[in-house]
Design a protein around this ligand. Structure first.
Ligand code: SF4
Length: 899
């Protein structure tokens, strides 16, 4: 808890601490407890309005992701630990040198939606008000910049008009480019509960058949990039049928005639729209008729819309349909952007994007002057800074000489990541502040700074429906780790602005942030939390969820725009004429597939946290590329085989996963894997950096690619108690399991022999370990066990024919029992001393129920429903994230029985 310095030191041992989940933009409330032994437990907060006690699989496993293993505990300069004084002095000297010799635009910050609002606020103030550059951009650029730009074009402000409750009050929910079931699971569960109660119709618009389609009435698997055509067709249909709200359009909007004309020009009929989208005309007409006939419609959109070189136009096409029908700001209706990160919205509020100033202001002369006066800023940035893609180009060509990356891993997540890595390695000075010591980006830094992580951080976040909530500490800061706001403030003071950065606690920063939001506002700006500007420390600490706007002296406004009042100069919304465009790059004979990238169910970003959890890692233990069976057959690829993915910018190795729900001509690769977890499967290296001209958000969903079969000469499997990173140029992938780690390996060259193992696995053998070997060169079999203190430390199986012991049996080897002579022999046979029931790949993370056990129970136990599975095995009864997969298993067993 805070000790007066504002820095949490002793955690919250023995108490229940009310905090917020650090993953997605749903922003679920979490109750965290630390036991006397330091063990952490978490559960959903029943009083939090976002989740009402629910957590998804990721939230429920949060306790497995805390701890000091792998943490960065001290500042390091060129790989050696240094004091904070030395670290801040080095950072200040590098920034000062660049500014003195090359001007303020030669320094940059690349920050993150993982930061708390207070961290974000101080970083923006330092860069935009004091250093004098707007070269601070956030990884939210990759997530929802197109929504920000679309909102501002239509509403004059970056405003989400509705609330989560609208999904429960709607009669039709349209999910566009949103796998809500996996990416915002608790919100999806709320939607499904409402559907059970009131029969909410659900339409999914997505090239892939995702888990969100499981309970949808209609799935429109449109061609990539066709969203504008689909929504233009909708607007034309609404216009033709007289379904517009003429009074709302007349009173509160501008540009409807132009938008309708553009829609009619592109997609005058459902049939034309269907042709442009590659869809069945009857299905398109059904969607349009449903929309037209339903008053309460919410359109949820996410990364499938945003991560596009035409993302802003896609957003405006959606907003046009809602504005034209007046379906905005009233219960159960409105366009609804859901954000990927826990504090993407908070970042937007403080100006985390390079083209924004603080408190939802821009770079007009009036706004720059207003913020200058509020901050008493000596050197105010007067124009927009470089957006992420351009920012890293400036690092590459030497315009940026000193770069500080905070709480993010761009060497993995930014498109054309290979080029970015080369640029970072040439940059004069790179600092990385992070909670983890060994990320792909930290390896390229001169200076690394240990930052607080979830459980230690103290501040606020804002979720997708504009609700501000507290993240509170319940763990002590490990080592010399510090909150991000503290590190930024220290740099500000070192650069000579002691008074402006004299912050001693997050509450002080929050009050200033709230005061700026109300400064010369008078209702002219959407973001106003002036009612919170006077919170004292105790009230800030006790703050429960608080939706904005919350103007001083007024009741909070929950929904906006039902009666107009947009934040354009004339208070009218704008309908924009938009026209569909194909994806930025075309497929070709060389690259016949479009490669899409996104999330898996149980991992988060670059796996720094979720990769530590055996429970979460079990769902997708290795990187898989989803392919339609026809594309796989054409490429000569079989299910489960290691394949090579090739694009114009890079190559990767992953396992093929054949899926009927994958649109033919497209492939899907998760964004999570890094060089720390796999040999060569960083999605960011495969994707060219082409960005939306309005929002600067890169296209991450449609990169021309091909998939090639890989001829393997051997396969292997390593179990180890400690994480191991092999020096292996072929395929490998590591994941956490109870008691250790499992590493899958495969190679195209000759299999390694026993003499090569020390080079292949540096640092694997514990001091004093015995080894037990078995080698049969003729059959290409090599097995070795490392045994320390009578326990298995590691165990390797290599086989030229790929025949390896079953995973379930291997996992029992790490159970930890002392190994007697018989057990030592059994290890190399790949058997534990006890038989194990087949579990298979974990489907239900909450209760660790695997595919094999589920299939057997359904097949042999006569289970015919998700509820029956839940009663028998508990699977699906907690967070519900696995329910779509349970349905798939039921269907697969049914089909198998019928065949
Ligand atoms: Fe966290 Fe899951 Fe809630 Fe998202 S839905 S905030 S990941 S618990």
């Amino acid at each position: 808890m805070p000790d007066g310095s504002g820095i949490p030191r002793d955690g919250g041992a023995g108490r229940t601490v009310r905090t917020t989940c650090p993953y997605c933009g749903v922003g679920c409330g979490v109750l965290a407890e630390t036991g006397p032994d330091g063990a952490v437990t978490v559960r959903g907060d029943p009083d939090h309005p976002a989740n009402r006690g629910r957590l998804c699989s990721k939230g429920a496993a949060l306790a497995e992701t805390v701890g000091t293993q792998g943490r960065l505990l001290h500042p390091h300069l060129d790989g050696r630990p240094v004091s904070w004084d030395r670290a801040i002095g080095t950072l200040a000297a590098a920034f000062r040198h660049a500014i003195d010799h090359h001007g303020p635009d030669s320094v940059a910050l690349y920050v993150s939606g993982q930061l708390l609002t207070e961290d974000y606020y101080v970083a923006n103030k330092l860069m935009k008000g004091f250093i004098g550059t707007a070269n601070i951009d956030t990884n939210s650029r990759l997530c929802m910049a197109s929504t920000v730009a679309g909102h501002k074009r239509a509403f004059g402000s970056d405003t989400v008009p509705g609330t989560y409750g609208d999904l429960e009050q709607a009669d039709l929910v349209v999910l566009v480019g949103s796998n809500l079931a996996w990416c915002h699971p608790v919100l999806h569960q709320r939607l499904l509960a409402a559907r059970r109660e009131r029969g909410t119709r659900i339409v999914v618009v997505d090239p892939r058949r995702t888990a969100a389609c499981d309970e949808a009435d209609l799935h429109l698997a449109l061609a990539p990039g066709a969203d504008v055509a689909l929504f233009n067709g909708l607007l034309a249909h609404l216009h033709a049928g007289g379904h517009g709200d003429a009074a709302f359009v007349e009173r509160h909007t501008d540009g409807a005639a132009g938008a309708v004309a553009a829609a009619l020009a592109e997609a005058p009929t459902p049939e034309r729209a269907a042709a442009l989208c590659g869809l069945d005309p009857a299905a398109v007409r059904r969607f349009y008729d449903l929309f037209a006939a339903t008053e309460r419609v919410v359109t949820v959109f996410s990364q499938g819309v945003n991560q596009s070189a035409r993302g802003t136009d896609k957003v405006n096409a959606i907003l046009n349909a809602h504005l034209y029908t007046g379906r905005i700001g009233r219960p159960g209706m409105g366009p609804f952007s859901v954000t990927g990160q826990p504090n993407a919205m908070g970042g937007r509020e403080v100006g985390g994007l390079a083209n924004q100033l603080a408190a939802h202001m821009g770079f007009s002369a009036t706004e720059v002057d207003r913020v200058r006066r509020f901050w008493n800023a000596p050197r105010m940035a007067v124009r927009e800074g470089l957006k992420a893609v351009d920012l890293f180009r400036a690092v590459e060509d030497g315009r940026i000489r000193a770069l500080w990356i905070m709480a993010t891993n761009p060497a993995v997540s930014v498109p054309d990541a290979g080029r970015l890595r080369a640029a970072l390695s040439r940059c004069d000075f790179v600092a990385v502040s992070d909670g983890f010591a060994d990320t792909d980006t930290a390896r390229l830094a001169h200076l690394t700074l240990p930052a607080a992580l979830w459980g230690e951080k103290d501040g606020t976040v804002t979720n997708s429906d504009r609700t501000i909530a507290r993240q509170r500490p319940f763990l002590p800061l490990p080592g010399a780790a510090r909150p991000d706001w503290w590190i930024v403030s220290a740099l500000g003071r070192a650069l000579g602005w002691a008074d402006a950065f004299a912050y001693d606690r997050p509450a002080t920063i929050f009050r200033e942030h709230a005061a700026l939001s109300a400064f010369e506002n008078g209702g002219s700006r959407d973001f106003d939390i002036g009612a919170l500007a006077g919170l004292d420390d105790a009230a800030y600490d006790a703050l429960t969820s608080a939706p904005w706007p919350m103007r001083a002296g007024e009741a909070p406004t929950r929904r906006l725009f039902a009666d107009g009042g947009f934040f354009t100069p004339d208070r009218r919304a704008r309908l924009l004429p938009v026209t569909g465009r194909p994806p930025a790059r075309a497929r070709s004979a060389d690259f016949p597939l479009w490669l899409n990238s996104g999330r898996t169910r149980d991992h988060w970003h670059t796996m720094t946290r979720t990769g530590r959890s055996p429970r979460l890692s079990a769902h997708t233990p290795e990187p898989c590329v989803d392919l339609h069976p026809a594309d796989a057959a054409r490429a000569g690829v079989t299910d489960g085989a290691v394949v090579r993915i090739v694009t114009a910018t890079g190559t990767a190795l992953a396992r093929a996963a054949l899926k009927d729900g994958q649109r033919p001509g497209e492939a899907f690769l998760p964004m999570h894997w890094t060089d720390r977890f796999t040999g060569a499967c960083v999605a960011g290296t495969l994707i060219d950096a082409v960005a939306d001209p309005v929002s600067g958000q890169p296209e991450l969903k449609a990169m021309p690619a091909r998939v090639e079969p890989v001829t393997l000469r051997w396969a292997g499997c390593l179990l180890s108690r400690e994480p191991v990173e092999p020096r292996h140029a072929g395929y490998w992938a590591r994941h956490a399991v109870p008691g250790g780690h499992v590493l899958a390996l495969a190679g195209e060259d000759a299999p390694p022999d026993a003499g090569a193992l020390a080079d292949l696995f540096p640092g694997l053998s514990p001091a004093g370990a015995d080894t037990v070997d078995y080698e049969d060169r003729r059959r290409g079999v090599l097995r070795r066990a490392w045994i320390a203190d009578d326990r298995l430390a590691a165990c390797l199986f290599l086989a030229a024919d790929g025949a390896l012991p079953s995973r379930d049996r291997l996992l029992r080897l790490l159970a930890g029992e002392p190994l007697d002579a018989a057990a030592r022999l059994a290890v190399l046979s790949g058997r534990s001393s006890e038989p194990a029931a087949a579990e298979g790949r974990i489907v239900c993370s909450c209760f660790r129920v695997g595919l094999d056990r589920l299939t057997a129970a359904v097949r042999d136990g006569g289970l015919t429903s998700v509820e029956a599975i839940g009663r028998a095995l508990n699977a699906g009864t907690n967070c519900g994230s696995c329910v779509p997969e349970l349905r798939e298993i039921l269907a697969a067993v049914r089909e198998g029985a019928a065949a």
